[in-house]
Design a protein around this ligand. Structure first.
Ligand SMILES: [Zn+2]
Length: 264
């Protein structure tokens, strides 16, 4: 895996020209040559849990934080040509908070019991944010939990804040990746690195492609355009918005940004 270099982020499509939208030095951002046509769009439901009687189950993250976190997650996952779009943001009271802080010390399933019934769903990835529990984050049977208070050991070229890195790491597990304890890797424990190797990229993409609720970006683009032509502006806008999460600057993403902004 190469560090980000200006020459590594350009990719030529037959009709367009893409580059990663932001690529400051010494951060883990590359598309590995993945172009718009390769990108897979995965729905992510983000839950900001609240609790009046249990501080550990109450996140203080805001919707602005979620926007920033998701942008960084997607710059990590661009190296695998995978983008997580915000399916919905749920700010909601956690369930079964009584005794949570003690219970989670002995059984991480206490985290699963915090999930509000009404916002569970099967055809999306879930990330739940809360204030405090043992590890920085955990993926339990595909369901991800990340704590506000996550802290990591900084490594060269790593992410500049813990929560996006931990979120990206847990989503890696949700895409079937196991730990790999090389210092700068995304699947290393407790460190800030974000790299994936070729095998991990292949495995994550294969896992994504097996889920029929993860769609190739060109298909989403086509559907959005068809809905626009059919004058279904609201439905079209939802699809354009998904595309705007892809951290590429190319003809398709520029069009999506314009369409998402103009649709009523
Ligand atoms: Zn892990």
């Amino acid at each position: 895996m190469k560090p980000c270099a200006p020459s590594s982020v350009f990719c030529i499509l037959s009709f367009t020209f893409c580059l990663l939208t932001t690529c400051p030095a010494a951060t883990q951002e590359t598309t590995n040559g993945f172009a718009f046509a390769d990108f897979l769009l995965a729905p992510l439901r983000v839950h900001l849990l609240t609790a009046t009687n249990e501080a550990a189950a109450h996140t203080t993250l805001t919707s602005n934080d979620v926007t920033r976190i998701l942008g960084k997650v997607n710059r990590v996952w661009a190296q695998a040509g995978i983008t997580f779009y915000l399916e919905s943001l749920r700010i909601e009271p956690a369930a079964n908070t009584e005794g949570f802080r003690e219970n989670v010390k002995t059984n991480t399933d206490a985290l699963l019991r915090l999930r509000p019934e009404s916002s569970k769903g099967t055809n999306v990835f879930h990330v739940y944010y809360l204030k405090q529990f043992g590890p920085n984050g955990i993926c339990i049977r595909g369901i991800n939990f990340v704590k506000d208070t996550a802290s990591l050991r900084a490594v060269e070229g790593g992410l500049d804040e813990p929560i996006p890195r931990v979120t990206s790491h847990e989503l890696g597990h949700a895409l079937t990746l196991p730990h790999r304890q090389d210092v700068t890797n995304l699947l290393a424990s407790g460190m800030s690195g974000g790299w994936l190797n070729e095998m991990e990229i292949k495995q994550a993409r294969e896992s994504a492609k097996k889920r029929d609720w993860i769609q190739p970006a060109p298909e989403v683009l086509q559907k959005a355009d068809a809905l626009r032509r059919a004058k279904k502006a609201d439905d079209a806008k939802k699809l354009w918005q998904r595309i705007t999460h892809i951290p590429l600057d190319c003809e398709s993403t520029r069009l999506a940004r314009v369409r998402a902004a103009e649709a009523k």
